[in-house]
Design a binder for this molecule. Structure first.
Ligand code: ZN
Length: 240
């Protein structure tokens, strides 16, 4: 059984379709989604539809939350706020209700999924360093948890202490806990423009990071045509 772990799609349809093609070529038959399906890029409805077609467990991201309500309750920068307003106007009432109904955390088989952190999932804190990871690990009751939100592929392991480890290929060892971020599909910020996701192989106990090239130019052109800020198109190419 191989899960594709999808996060921070952010309405980038070209990136999502490239990842789904890659995941199927890599024999993934199951999927989970760590939230922020919408926000920033130009295809929120289409991405929502693709994710719903997967019929997979999905948790709520902060952009999903803000897109599903009438007025922002979270402080966003100007560019993100403009994109959230645009996204609200381009989702149906039914789509917003679906987003609003998402839960903040879920357990899937023997692992947990969350968008931000397990300690305060609805406060949308970021796990960037060991201290952030320690707080989240306190509430982690499974060996493995996947999280998103930072758009950085990252992995932490807890044995006696908490350490950051390299993403790439992680073999899960008994007696240790793992907190892993697959990176972002639709808006990577680690200076690599390619879409990021993870594959979790349950039989082999391995989590493997993947990067996938996609039709960047089309995604950028759509942002321009939608009237979204040009900076959102530029940052896709820069991967930041
Ligand atoms: Zn995000």
């Amino acid at each position: 059984m191989r899960y594709a772990v999808l996060s921070d799609i952010h309405a980038n349809l070209e990136a999502l379709e490239a990842v789904l093609d890659d995941a199927r070529a890599q024999h993934c038959d199951d999927f989970v989604c760590l939230g922020d399906v919408v926000g920033y890029n130009a295809n929120p409805s289409e991405c929502l539809q693709r994710v719903r077609e997967l019929g997979c467990p999905v948790v709520k991201g902060n952009h999903d939350e803000q897109a599903s309500i009438a007025f922002s309750t979270e402080e966003f920068n100007e560019m993100a706020e403009e994109a959230i307003g645009w996204t609200r106007a381009h989702l149906s009432a039914e789509e917003k209700a679906w987003l609003a109904d998402l839960r903040l955390t879920r357990q899937v088989r023997d692992f947990t999924i969350v968008h931000a952190t397990l300690d305060t999932p609805g406060h949308w804190g970021y796990v960037f360093n060991d201290l952030d990871a320690i707080a989240s690990f306190t509430y982690q009751h499974t060996q493995l948890c996947f999280f998103g939100h930072t758009h950085w592929p990252t992995a932490f392991v807890r044995e006696d202490s908490v350490q950051r480890i390299a993403v790439g290929r992680i073999v899960l060892a008994p007696g240790r806990k793992y907190l892993i971020n697959p990176g972002s599909i639709g808006q990577p910020r680690d200076r690599d423009w390619r879409a990021a996701y993870c594959i979790y192989d349950l039989e082999r106990n391995v989590v493997e990071q993947r990067r996938v090239k996609y039709d960047l130019e089309t995604a950028q052109r759509k942002i321009g045509q939608a009237g979204l800020p040009q900076r959102l198109a530029d940052r896709l190419a820069a991967g930041r």
